[in-house]
Ligand binder design. Structure first.
Ligand SMILES: Nc1ncnc2c1ncn2[C@@H]1O[C@H](COP(=O)(O)OP(=O)(O)OP(=O)(O)O)[C@@H](O)[C@H]1O
Ligand SMILES: [Mg+2]
Length: 376
């Protein structure tokens, strides 16, 4: 789960990383009040879970409370790469001398973590990394050793950061470990004209598998754009929202993963990953369908089931009941194969729902679902 900047900032603060004073609001009027409390001038920052906010006009300095209100009014509701701005952070402006980049990220291939750091942080870091990779230091971190003061000093030296950033590097590692994060990033970490080191922007991705032991991740961390995933989680479904138009339901993670690939190969994009597992009961099918159909992006649904322990006739019964409960408004393409496939298909034929189509192969079903999504 990705966090908003203001949530990342709270975690940084909890581990002693210095951040500018700031408050979050969804109202331009309140933004004005916050600016007043901060001393007048303030930076207004769009809170969206995507990068490049500054370049999109979502980070602006305003000279006084009235200007902050105006700026907040412009930024609230703005669309940044498909993310609507619902809240802004109003932050105390700092006098920047230099901007650095620092992050720790899980390196699955290496079975460890990677520290990435650069003395050329800021909004152009992607360009720096692409054009002059030597300006970005990449240092493996042994997860058992962690970032000790010696390791922090090594990272700072490799990236050309001031020695004093070692303290932040150690604290940022604590954020990663204690908060169960897969990624922690500060860009920019700044040196101010007054000689202070502050984290001006933060990005944190938490490891969802650690949710059970993180009391801090209360319901309020899950906001509207995670609504579908939260609804699915509440029903115990293994669902991941993606950004396409073809809803996908399948049984078994491997089958669902390959279904996503086949949909993409048919010229459409999957709207989600949903594995309803081996059981695939009517109840689970109905829950899955209702989550998928509550996604306004979905234009068609592909149900791809390979009957194993659960026979296809039981799955077909599940689909019939699910369709009666959920009352789909968009077409479903169903491919049943494996154990009792013929009986399962006969059940769907008998039921003859106008929005339920059948296909006998996975490729055929994916093509049909892709065509239906592209035609609507
Ligand atoms: N409190 C602040 N005071 C002064 N300048 C700031 C402040 N916050 C941000 N800035 C400036 O604005 C730039 C962009 O801000 P920020 O890093 O938060 O957004 P961004 O990098 O565009 O967003 P993202 O990291 O999501 O791509 C910073 O590099 C910094 O120069
Ligand atoms: Mg940034």
């Amino acid at each position: 789960m990705d966090l908003y900047e203001h949530q990342a900032r709270e975690l940084f603060e909890a581990h002693g990383i210095v951040v500018p004073r700031a408050e979050v609001t969804d109202s331009a009027k309140e933004a004005r009040e916050i600016a007043r409390r901060l001393g007048g001038r303030a930076v207004v920052k769009a809170q969206v879970k995507t990068g490049g906010r500054g370049k999109a006009g979502g980070v602006k300095l305003a000279a006084d409370p009235a200007a902050v209100e105006q700026t907040a009014r412009r930024i609230l509701g703005m669309d940044i790469r498909g993310h609507r701005v619902g809240k802004v952070m109003v932050a105390e402006p700092v006098d920047i001398e230099r901007e650095f980049y620092v992050s720790y990220v899980l390196d699955r291939a290496a079975g460890g973590f990677l520290a990435i750091a650069s003395a050329e942080g800021g909004m152009e870091i992607e360009e720096v990394a692409a054009q002059r990779p030597e300006a970005v230091a990449r240092i493996p971190v042994d997860p058992k050793e962690g970032v000790t003061s010696a390791v922090a000093a090594r990272i700072a030296a490799a990236a050309g950061l001031p020695e004093r950033t070692a303290d932040v590097l150690m604290r940022l590692w604590q954020v990663l470990v204690r908060e169960d994060a897969l990624l922690v990033e500060v860009n920019p970490l700044v040196l101010t004209r007054q000689g202070r080191i502050l984290a001006l922007d933060g990005k944190v991705t938490l490891d969802d598998n650690a949710r059970f032991r993180q009391a801090r991740w209360a319901a309020d961390t899950v906001e509207h754009d995670d609504r579908l995933e939260a609804a699915a989680a509440a029903r115990g479904l293994n669902y991941v929202k993606l950004d396409g138009q073809v809803g996908v339901i399948g049984n078994g993670a491997g089958l669902v993963m390959s279904t996503l690939d086949v949909v993409a190969g048919c010229g459409a994009r999957p709207a989600n990953f949903l594995d309803i597992g081996g059981g695939a009961s009517a109840r689970v099918m109905a829950d899955g369908l209702s989550v998928i159909l509550s996604d306004p992006d979905v234009k068609s649904v592909l149900v791809n089931v390979f009957g194993g322990i659960t026979a296809c006739d039981a799955v077909a019964d599940g689909i019939v009941q699910a369709v009666e409960t959920v009352k789909p408004t968009r077409p479903l393409v169903v491919r049943l194969d494996g154990n009792n496939a013929a009986r399962g298909r006969a059940i769907l034929d008998e039921h003859a729902h106008p929005l339920v189509h059948q296909a006998t192969t996975m490729d055929g079903a994916a093509q049909r679902a892709a065509d239906l999504a592209n035609a609507s």
